[in-house]
Ligand binder design. Sequence first.
Ligand SMILES: C[S@@+](CC[C@H](N)C(=O)[O-])C[C@H]1O[C@@H](n2cnc3c(N)ncnc32)[C@H](O)[C@@H]1O
Length: 239
Amino acid sequence: MWGVSLQRRCLHHSFCLMKKQKGKTPAEQRWLTRQLKDPYVKASHAQNFRCRSAFKLLEIDDKFRVLQPGDSVVDCGAAPGAWSQVAVQRVNSAGTDPELRRGTVVGIDLLNIPPLEGAHFLSSHDVTDPATHAKLLELLPNGQAHVILSDMAPNASGFREMDHEKLIVMCLSLIDLAERILQPGGSLVCKYWDGILVQKLQGKLSSVFGSVRTLKPNASRKDSSERYFLARMYRKPVR
Ligand SMILES: C[S@@+](CC[C@H](N)C(=O)[O-])C[C@H]1O[C@@H](n2cnc3c(N)ncnc32)[C@H](O)[C@@H]1O
């Protein structure tokens, strides 16, 4: 009986897939097939996350407890907003003293970020622009963040080295941002694509953070060069 209902569901699933794939290029068809089979895509629909990347941050935070109730968090490259959803959940706890445990989440993206209760979004803003840093100073309590998250990525050109370099430059700009808004002892989670400049980024992070570790969450696709640095115990450089 179970076998028959599963067979029906599979036939229905294949039919939907065929309908969705009509008129698509082979690359688009491969992407769609992968999306439809992906357990994290299914889970993100079931749990109302805006995209599967939510599970990367959930995994990192479950293991390392980066986001604490009451924290102020800046989410760089926030669109469509799944990491901000996770951050809003984690920094606002239903504890006994809600005032003390109400956190702040500010998301920034070049693109439009649909509104999310509990978050403040700076859509059409560039994280690397000093004008954005100035706005952040106004939005964060005392102009300070406990955590900077970055899942930023440039539009991939298809040239691996070039894309890697672009993303490393973006990650390096987060060190300038940290100097302006990250409080001593704070943390940074940032995505990078593996390549020759990773050691340079790691070195720069290690010069201002007490610990830097490399992470590859299970939700990050195995065939992707995507990795994350988790840098903790920020030390503000003395100028
Ligand atoms: C992989 S998506 C982020 C997904 C997001 N973490 C989520 O969970 O919904 C990468 C985002 O980085 C943004 N981005 C790239 N460069 C940026 C920049 N200089 N400033 C702000 N956002 C940027 C892109 O527009 C894109 O929306």
